[in-house]
Design a protein around this ligand. Structure first.
Ligand SMILES: C[S@@+](CC[C@H](N)C(=O)[O-])C[C@H]1O[C@@H](n2cnc3c(N)ncnc32)[C@H](O)[C@@H]1O
Length: 304
């Protein structure tokens, strides 16, 4: 997270600033029995499915993060936020809970894909469709907090510097930016996982499939990107997430158990399109690598 140095606020209504919802954003396409948003695939914006399975996975991931963060949604000190922006709201779990916790705050969510949003939402949550790979159209100094979570698979690798600059511009003086990313660096606590293992192969093939398109190592650069954009009081933490329940520490064990289902699904959902359509891997080989990686992720002996 990081803070904008204070400036005067510049309020504006949320619904004036982003693209109109049109049919283009609702068209879908199937690959290997998973449903994707056509627009995101055509523009290479986001290569993960957006079907019911993925909605469930994102709910599970939200639960894992809630446990990891001890139920805290917002980290910086923001006693009475008035406007919050959530970049890439997905299923809107985070945005909905924030809106419920802060009924006087306008929470604005932006996503390229409106299809994963819930049917019922708090009245102070406004969801809009826009592509975050384009420059922001929100006015400057507009939000108390800008939140961006798990956006590395969506933001183009060349866009990150400008993405942070845009976030800085729309954050009011004294406001904050909070970013959470998953870093796909599979490490075994007892060193038993080698390059020959499927989980390592899955990781390196996944990174390879996104080369020149997405920067999956961006979590390591976020603090510097924030500072370069002008944010001050930058704090960052790396928190290991276990792929199943193996820890002797009760809390970590429970988080591992909760994350197991997320990892089992993610190994398939994140990789299927990139492996087959970007790397040209035959679908049988992709299924086999994913199945072997799943077994290893689920094996407490590897302590991943
Ligand atoms: C992995 S999900 C994370 C969702 C949510 N932030 C969460 O933490 O559960 C990524 C989301 O970003 C959206 N997304 C990806 N690329 C995008 C882009 N260029 N512009 C807007 N939204 C994008 C996807 O549609 C998806 O809903």
């Amino acid at each position: 997270m990081a803070r904008q140095a204070p400036l005067s606020p510049h309020p504006n209504h949320p619904e004036e600033n982003t693209a109109e919802l049109d049919e283009r954003y609702l068209e879908t396409v199937f690959y290997h029995n998973r449903e994707y948003q056509q627009y995101a695939i055509s523009n290479l914006s986001y290569l993960a499915p957006t079907d019911e399975d993925e909605i469930e996975r994102l709910h599970i991931m939200h639960d894992v993060l809630s446990r990891t963060f001890d139920g805290r949604l917002i980290f910086p000190p923001l006693p009475r936020p008035r406007r919050i922006l959530d970049c890439g709201y997905g299923t809107a779990s985070w945005a909905s809970e924030v809106a419920e916790q802060h009924p006087r705050c306008e929470v604005i969510g932006v996503d390229i894909n409106p299809s994963m949003q819930p049917e019922e939402m708090p009245e102070n949550l406004y969801l809009q469709v826009d592509d975050l790979n384009r420059r922001f159209t929100f006015p400057s100094h507009n939000f108390d907090l800008v939140h961006s979570q798990m956006m590395a698979p969506g933001i183009h690798s060349t866009r990150w510097r400008h993405y942070l600059q845009d976030i800085f511009r729309v954050t009011r003086g004294g406001g904050w930016c909070q970013m959470v990313e998953l870093y796909f660096n599979v490490q075994s606590d007892n060193g038993s996982l080698t390059d020959a293992h499927a989980l390592q192969q899955w990781s390196s093939r996944y990174l390879e499939s996104m080369e020149g398109l997405k920067d999956l190592r961006v979590p390591l650069r976020l603090a510097n990107l924030m500072r370069d954009a002008g944010f001050v009081d930058v704090e960052h933490r790396i928190i290991p997430l276990h792929t199943c329940g193996w820890s002797t520490d009760q809390r970590e064990y429970e988080i591992g158990v909760a994350n197991r289902e997320n990892v089992q699904r993610l190994l398939s959902s994140m990789a299927l399109y990139p492996f087959t359509e970007r790397l040209g891997m035959p679908i049988q080989d992709a299924h086999l690598l994913i199945a072997r990686a799943r077994l290893e992720a689920d094996n407490p002996a590897f302590k991943v």
